[in-house]
Design a protein around this ligand. Sequence first.
Ligand SMILES: [Zn+2]
Length: 501
Amino acid sequence: MIPSLIRSTTATLLVCSVACGPAGDQVPKQKGSEPTTMDHHSHARPDDARITHLDLDLSVDMEARRISGTALYKVESKSDRIIFDTDGLTIERVFLGDGSDAQYTMGDSSMLGRSLEVRITPETKEVGVVYHTGDRAKALQWLRPGQTTDREFPFLFTQGEAILTRTWIPIQDSPGIRFTYSANVTVPKELMAVMSATNPTEHSADGTYSFRMDNPIPAYLIALAVGDIVFESTGSRTGVYAERSMVKKAAWEFADMEKMLEAAETLYGPYRWGRYDLIVLPPSFPFGGMENPRLTFATPTIIAGDRSLTAVVAHELAHSWSGNLVTNATWNDFWLNEGFTVYFERRICEALYGVPYVDMLGVIGAQDLKATMEKLTRDGQPEDTRLYLDLDGRNPDDGMTDVAYEKGCAMLRTLEALATRPVFDAFLRNYFDTYAFQSMTTEHFITHLQEHLLTPNGLSFDVNAWTEGEGLPANAVMPTSDRFDLVEKQIARWTLRNTGR
Ligand SMILES: [Zn+2]
């Protein structure tokens, strides 16, 4: 995710042309019963019972601002219960695979919503829940026609990260729990629906759309958008969705997507999600971008008219490896998603636009990091300047600061400088291949780093100083850029010339 426009506005100066590449889906490794990590932000107990597939059959009522329908889950159980997360949902009925009613209880309401505990057996293979969403579902942004660009039809989009998917789907809402999904979604027939899945490119006659996500993903990556959306291709594997008046502008602005995809694959191995499309949302989308798999959600404010803000796309695309492919196991490990992604985003931009441009991005990022660390320290939260966080009892959004993004990136840059780029690239490529479609804890990453980079190359690096230590370690390799000095000198020269002083 790019949480604010501050980061996206740092991304400037980009112009490039389009190239096309080979298409193809990669078959994921299914991880049915890997051991799981305790996640303080989910009621689910995946070691007892977990979902392996979700099948949604939903209707979207744009007038009533409500989603209703059935969620059917394939489950693996070792226990007599399965626990889902819900928040503000009305549960109408719970049933088992044979159609019989299942007994269930709802837990007390808290910051995490309410648990939904369903009685099952170790033999249970399917559970179904009939439900509808509430008035204040935090994941759902309902827009009136006047709040859209074309001002003719209503619009809906979802935002699942960090723990909001439970406000529109009863789900095991932990980033450490992965499952595949399919969906049938019915919307008013003048509108189109798209998801983080296989997507339509044309409006259907009856307003019903079918979706499939065959790679296992965590719940926060399920996403839906509904509106008068149209599609425009930008390459053999890439394209944009947007409101009618925006789509041509968007396709022009993001013409580099195919080229970015190729640059990313050259760095860290095959793109495993099939297509990479982007939807430009109405202006109220609260982030720069969100890396929903196969379909990045993006703010229209990055359509600058000169292709100057597309580093946001590089960031969201990079998440197809760091975050979506290898995922932080809990929100305490958020830096594994974002620190890697900022590092990777800058490597993609370097491949396309050169080192001086990326150094400028890095210097701005370092300034943001310094300011954030100073503020956290001033506010009495110096522990939040560590990479590995303790968010137990807190909202995971509290951990979404520049520390995860920029300190995380700085650690990888420092490792790169220590190991040399070819050695570090080989290490990262192997990391993504080894843990594709799995979740990663900070602890496990440190072990992997030691065994696969530090020990074999005889390198000494104090990882704990980064993950457990506050502030920035003394050995941090930080970016420098002479471009800003040149700009300052240029301004001084211009001022002198034009004021005659
Ligand atoms: Zn991100």
